[in-house]
Design a protein around this ligand. Structure first.
Ligand SMILES: [Zn+2]
Length: 179
């Protein structure tokens, strides 16, 4: 399978006037015929580091590509008109059926989301999250096939679907390491 290309390479015609692009891949996209322009800026996404009462981190097993069968953190893309915090609460609820009680900012990392042959630039924003209870936890929207609570080690970190998730976990583990 060919390596996925940056999403800007998919723009072969001006979406405003339909003129064919002489050379794809430029950022910003600029149409010489009508002047239309578009910046391929990253989209925002959230990720949660969710721990149980023993301080073990929740890793989800991804049901779908990208990263099918690998580990991910609860989260997803921010919708238009939504705050990052609203997206965090919504994604945790939609994905595993849990209510966020509190959250605090951890860090952000750039990410790339490869899909259908193209790569979308993403800015992942990570939070350390506490939930009301794990009692109702379930795979809600079919995005996961299972989960695991653990103190992630090399084995788990090597099986993260996204580098950004791994970097966030490593930062969290470093910050919470027993002194
Ligand atoms: Zn145009």
């Amino acid at each position: 399978m060919a390596a996925p290309k940056p999403i800007r390479r998919a723009w072969k015609f001006c979406p405003r006037c339909g003129t064919a692009v002489a050379r794809t891949g430029r950022n910003p996209f600029r149409c010489g015929a009508c002047g239309f322009s578009h910046y391929f800026a990253p989209v925002a996404a959230v990720g949660s580091i969710l721990t149980d009462s023993a301080g073990q981190v929740l890793l989800l097993v991804r049901a779908k590509d990208p990263g099918k069968g690998l580990y991910g953190l609860p989260g997803g893309f921010v919708d238009a008109g939504e705050t990052i915090e609203q997206a965090l609460r919504r994604e945790v609820l939609e994905e595993i059926g849990l209510q966020v009680r509190s959250h605090h900012y951890l860090a952000s990392f750039p990410n790339e989301y490869a899909w259908n042959g193209f790569v979308l630039p993403v800015t992942d924003v990570f939070f350390v999250v506490e939930v009301e209870s794990f009692a109702d936890m379930r795979a809600v929207d079919g995005e996961i096939t299972g989960w695991k609570f653990c103190r992630p080690g090399r084995r788990e970190l090597n099986r993260m679907a996204f580098l950004s998730n791994r970097l966030a976990l490593e930062l969290y583990l470093q910050q919470t390491r027993a002194k």
